[in-house]
Design a protein around this ligand. Sequence first.
Ligand SMILES: *Cc1c(COP(=O)(O)O)cnc(C)c1O
Length: 456
Amino acid sequence: MSMPSLAAGPEGPGALRPLLGTVLDALAAGGRARGGPLPGGGPAAVAARMRAAVGDVLPQEGDPDALRRLVQALAEGAADPADPLCAAHLHCPPLAVATAADLAASALNPSLDSWDQAPSASALEALVTSALAAEVYPRAPAPDCLVTTGGTESNQLALLLAREAHGGRTRLVAGAGAHHSLTRAAWLLGLPEPVVVHGPAGVLDPAALDAALSATPGPLLVAATAGTTDTGRIDPLPEIAGRCRAHGARLHVDAAYGGGLLFSDRYRGRLAGLDAADTVTLDLHKLGWQPVAAGLLAVRDARDLTALHQRADYLNADDDTRAGLPDLLGRSPRTTRRPDVLKIAVTLSTLGRTGLGALVDRVCGLAREFAALIAAHPRFELYGRPAISTVLFRPAGAADDAVAAVRRTLLAGGRAVLGRARPDGRLWLKATLLNPHARPEDLAALLELVEGHTPR
Ligand SMILES: *Cc1c(COP(=O)(O)O)cnc(C)c1O
């Protein structure tokens, strides 16, 4: 084999062009071979096909056809979030324009741990994060925003910033519907066992929160959720913020899912009270149609971020910083860091507020239509009116085992990808609608598929 080509440099685009053709053809061929939202046959069959496609993982001599072979195998065995019947998780179909931008990020390979590895990328990140911080905190004098790998990292950072703001200790208080990454972050950060607040209706109940805040010695961090993973419900943020103020507790809002509503004129009001939070988790690889990863942590007061300050002479020497080189090390607990901000910036600029808002409105509208379809169907039960784009339903009168079985049958057959949730002790099927191209008739077909596969 001759010397392999590089993606960066003057020869990079020329070397990439034919390879891109190969990738695109392999994606198309793999998708055709799959022919549905998920590969058929379940985990053993998929693993066997992948084993056959890969062959020797590290052969003595290389194979120039490996790119086509492996991309095609990956596509053939992929769960396709752009298939309307793939609707289990907060797993969005990425926008083509964002994905194309991500290619440029890979080709240029800037690393955001020092200015001399990422001159323009760091300048772009500063512009985009300050605009997004203002989007979350329109009235705060000095908000800021960090780019993260997703909701999990954002939530962990929020707990870390709270712990540091509280002089090295804090206790998490969260609703029963809060994301598991919050309790895990408390464990990672060595914080005391979190207080879980149980309340009716699957949201963080202000009265129950008040009682918990009265009963628990501080300092405390309350984590509310704007769009729970299981049901999409939004906690009553203004009331929660009021209780936090009254008790001197810090407030974090996990808006990994619901944060996307900020882009919509129609739905932004549902996030009223969001800017009362000290920190807000956003996740644009959910209701923002970005390829993974595209997480954000918005911070009301940029001074909180001094806790992340770090000095490493080779990356941000004091004399370099004094001479005007931006100090990037405090913008993340990571060191080497991809410019995930590029695809975000390209998306915001390409679609604008109107274009992004239309996508949000579209999936929320689909959820309402799907819910109406279920409510009108004699053989199905609807959990409740969707708050965002999550719809929970179950075959009427079915036992939990039958609900679990129908989901696995559809998965194994590669027919549909539905999630599951147990918000009230009973098992429900969950459709998380993030595909703006899905049509109401696709959802009718999904319902028919579930009906046809429910054991009785
Ligand atoms: C998805 C999600 C997370 C975790 O985000 P990742 O990007 O998967 O790390 C956290 N909180 C909520 C509410 C979520 O829906």
